[in-house]
Design a protein around this ligand. Structure first.
Ligand SMILES: [Mg+2]
Length: 261
């Protein structure tokens, strides 16, 4: 519809003016994770996503983070396919037994192995989110039919654009799967589109759109504005992007070698 922000043209319900995002922490030693967590909470983030890796003791890291930030902060884990079924179940159950309060665990096992993903989902109480296992709406349907996950992380770079992502979210919702909108390491333009989709399809969820925060400057004028853990959509037409920024030097990009989406 003409003149509307994209989010509002995607839904008949009133689209929110802002959505929340988590903040991602790279895998690390417990003391370092705790220190970074405190910084992000002080900056206004209420949901931290901690990367797991085979090289680090995930439970020890989570224990340190939880002790540092207290009970009110939401903690997620993204294993990025790092574990096998037995490791995943052991780590997640250990976190449960310690009462570390994980909201969800993302992609614990290899993307192609839906049997393994389903086995983990069945064995633990913590909700499991598929990320690399899901690209298209059809993948969401397969995940739902096989009970392979409780939630799906939908990204525009995986679906190939907004139309397929919207359908994927609809399929998930109809099947009773939770939806989180995520992004790759992408620019303000991509994150803005993802934020509008997120506002339309899952306005009350904390999304996974912190990539916008990793850029030193935006290549465009307009789009989402960042405030603490909020992405403000703005009231402009479409994405609210009005011009190219005048300064788009290559060094506007930060060093992303340590970061994976
Ligand atoms: Mg992920």
């Amino acid at each position: 519809q003409r003149g509307l922000p994209l989010a509002q043209s995607l839904t008949s319900a009133p689209a929110p003016a802002r959505i929340r995002t988590d903040m991602t922490l790279s895998a690390g030693e417990p003391s370092a994770l705790a220190a970074v967590s405190e910084e992000h909470v002080a900056a206004g983030f209420g949901c931290l996503k901690i990367k797991a890796s085979a090289a680090h003791d995930t439970v020890a890291g989570l224990r340190a983070v939880r002790a540092a930030v207290g009970p009110a902060i939401t903690l997620r884990v993204d294993a990025n396919q790092a574990w096998g079924v037995e490791t995943a179940i052991r780590v997640i159950r250990a976190a449960e037994d310690e009462g570390l309060g994980l909201e969800l665990v993302e992609q614990p096992v290899a993307a192609h192995d839906l049997d393994a993903l389903a086995a983990v989902t069945a064995a633990v109480d913590t909700p499991i989110m598929a990320d690399e296992s899901v690209r298209t709406a059809r993948d969401v349907r397969v995940i739902a039919d096989r009970g392979a996950a409780d939630l799906v992380n939908i990204k525009l770079a995986k679906t190939g654009g907004l139309a397929e992502a919207f359908v994927a979210a609809e399929v998930a919702r109809t099947a009773g799967l939770g939806v989180v909108i995520g992004c790759m390491m992408e620019s303000h333009v991509g994150v803005t589109a993802a934020a509008h989709l997120a506002a339309a399809v899952a306005p009350d969820v904390v999304h996974d759109l912190d990539a916008a925060l990793w850029l030193r400057s935006s290549p465009v004028v307009g789009g989402v504005a960042l405030s603490g853990d909020m992405l403000e959509l703005g009231s402009g037409t479409g994405l609210g992007i009005t011009a190219l920024a005048s300064d788009t030097r290559p060094d506007a990009l930060v060093d992303l070698s340590e970061v994976r989406a």
